[in-house]
Each structure stands twice: as C-alpha cells, then as structure tokens.
Design a protein around this ligand. Structure first.
Ligand SMILES: C[S@@+](CC[C@H](N)C(=O)[O-])C[C@H]1O[C@@H](n2cnc3c(N)ncnc32)[C@H](O)[C@@H]1O
Length: 215
C-alpha cells in the first residue's frame, strides 16, 4: 500500500496551504473510503490538485491514465484540461465501473473522460492515439511493461508521470528483502534512470512522483 513520506504534521500543513478540492472530488474521496477496501490508493487532495495544475500548465488535448480506481485522478486532470481535451483512463477491475461512471457523471466531465475497462497491457497497444501526457498508477510489478507500451504512444516533448516511485520508502530496502511490488518500483526507477530517450525528475509529492519528459 502506498504511504505518505512526510510526517503527519507537515502533511496537514501542506493540505492546509493547498486549494481545497471541488465538492464532487471531496464526496468521491469520502465515498471511496466508505465503499472500497483500499481507499489509500486514491490520489487525494494534494496530488489531485497537482495533477490538475499540470494539466492547466500543459493544456493537453489527450491524456492517458493507467489505473482509474474510483476516478479521482481522472476527474482532477479533466478539470484542468481544455474543453476539447480527453482523458483515456484504463481500469481492470470490473467492480469499479459503475462507481467510476457515477462520479464522472456527477463531476460533469463525461465528455472529457473515456473509460476503458480491461487490462492496460492489452488495451494500450490497441490505442490509435498519440498522447501529450500519460499518468501511470496501476500494478507496481508491471510498471516497466506499462512504460514501454505507453512511451510509444507519447508524443516527442510529451510528459509522463508515474506514481508511488518511493513506495513508502521501501525502495531503500535491499533487494533480497523486497516484495514483488517493491522490486517492480525499483526496477522501474532504474529503467528510467538508464533510458536515454527521456529526462526525468523524481518528486517527493505524497508517495513519490516521477516526472518524465520524452526527448
Ligand atoms: C492506485 S489505484 C489508481 C488510483 C487512481 N489513479 C487515483 O489516483 O485515484 C490502481 C488501480 O489500477 C488498477 N489496475 C491494476 N492493474 C491494472 C492493469 N493491468 N490494467 C488496468 N488497471 C489496472 C487497479 O484495479 C486499481 O484500481
């Protein structure tokens, strides 16, 4: 499970100095806590606002998200995109579909969010689109695989964000002690470090965000 890297008081201070989320995102946050087993998977107020701001800065026409969960980050990004922008968001868990659709409708972002249900490893190669921004936030063991499929669909000069790259600090563990997810995150971070096609900066927002630019 992802965890915050900073101490709770700093975390509270960061939240207090960040513009509050929209009413519908707050409601989605509450309902995610009431209705799902792992509510901590949701991006939350600070990261959601960060994603929205990135979209306000880049004004992307097309965004790809890998891992929708209840739709919080998809809605946050859509809120920051131009009127004709579209977020394609992929979710493998069929049980999430009605929850996501309910909140996409409540947010009024139906025209900007295209939900694709299924395994991203199967769906991405079938997408006949070029993206300006890609957000990777699904199964940690598959991060390198998602990345290699996604980078082909990213335009030159486009950006990719990957969530949980600090994995609650477990990235510092020795390999022999690491679980599969930690190994996946570490392999991804090394993969990016050695990839000449991109430049990147690792940010300590929440559980760690890698911001990558395709040259
Ligand atoms: C951390 S949550 C996403 C959180 C969401 N982006 C947010 O910020 O609110 C990860 C999601 O990825 C989904 N997932 C895992 N493996 C996947 C795959 N291969 N293809 C698509 N979705 C996947 C999980 O079912 C889960 O809902």
């Amino acid at each position: 499970m992802p965890g915050k890297m900073t101490n709770p008081e700093i975390e509270k201070y960061i939240e207090e100095h960040t513009t509050p989320e929209s009413e519908v995102l707050y409601d989605l946050y509450r309902q995610t806590n009431l209705r799902t087993f792992y509510p901590r998977m949701l991006s939350g107020r600070v990261q959601g606002k960060f994603l929205e701001m990135v979209c306000r800065m880049l004004q992307p026409e097309k965004v790809l998200e890998i891992g929708t969960f209840t739709g919080y980050s998809a809605i946050a990004m859509a809120q920051g995109m131009p009127d004709d922008g579209i977020v394609y968001t992929i979710e493998v868990n069929a049980e999430m579909e009605s929850f996501i659709s309910e909140y996409v409708a409540k947010s009024g972002m139906e025209k900007k969010i295209k939900l694709l249900m299924g395994d991203a490893l199967r769906i991405i190669p079938e997408l006949n689109e070029t993206f300006d921004l890609i957000f990777i936030d699904a199964d940690k063991e598959q991060y390198v695989a998602y990345y290699e499929l996604a980078i082909k669909k990213l335009r030159a000069g486009g950006f990719l964000l990957a969530d949980n790259v600090l994995w609650s600090g477990k990235v510092l563990e020795e390999d022999s002690l690491s679980d599969k997810e930690t190994k996946g995150v570490k392999a991804f971070n090394e993969h990016i470090k050695n990839d000449d096609r991109v430049e990147q900066v690792m940010l300590s927002v929440r559980d760690g965000l890698m911001l990558i630019r395709k040259k």
